[in-house]
Design a binder for this molecule. Structure first.
Ligand code: FES
Ligand code: FES
Length: 172
């Protein structure tokens, strides 16, 4: 699909890799990626809160980079890799990722509404920042609103994963 061919009134075919699987669907040029993922592809683990970039609930990874799905058009995801919480568990047996397991251990979620977005941001960030201090973790989390946890257990979970990964050495 070429952006020069977009027509406002038309549905456009979008092909992407969603959580490791090739998926496709159709969307108008104005359709938000968050709506396309949820309503077009059934990926309802991507939550929608404010719909204007403030709460962070809709955050997904696009080609590895954490981004607001409510500030991204579905057509911008054409040909890209999109990772959501659905693909985060490792392996066929659904084993939790180290980050998810740490959130569980530290009770870093209550209602869970914010959690999928926070996990997406943390997963991206922890690949780029190897030995963060608590201030840096809190700064990263400032892009997310959580009404339940008070953030302290979330910070503890992220710090624990950062320490574990640092102790395990550089990733291959
Ligand atoms: Fe996207 Fe709130 S729903 S930032
Ligand atoms: Fe409820 Fe964060 S766990 S909003």
């Amino acid at each position: 699909m070429s952006s020069s061919t977009l027509q406002a009134s038309r549905l456009h075919r979008i092909e992407l890799e969603l959580d490791g699987r090739a998926r496709s669907g159709h969307a108008h040029p104005r359709t938000l990626l968050s709506d396309f993922l949820r309503e077009g592809l059934g990926a309802t683990g991507t939550h929608v809160g404010c719909e204007h970039g403030v709460c962070g609930a809709c955050t997904v990874r696009i080609d590895g980079v954490a981004q607001r799905a409510c500030l991204t058009l579905a057509v911008q995801a054409d040909g890209r890799r999109v990772d959501t919480v659905h693909g985060m568990a490792a392996g066929e047996d659904g084993r939790l990722s180290d980050l998810q397991a740490a959130f569980k251990r530290h009770h870093a979620l209550q209602c869970g509404f914010c959690t999928a977005g926070i996990l997406a941001s943390c997963a991206d960030w922890l690949e780029r920042v190897r030995a963060p201090d608590e201030r840096q973790v809190r700064d990263m989390l400032s892009g997310h609103l959580c009404r339940c946890t008070g953030y302290t257990p979330i910070v503890a979970a992220v710090m624990e994963v950062a320490r574990q990964r640092a102790a395990a050495g550089p990733a291959d």
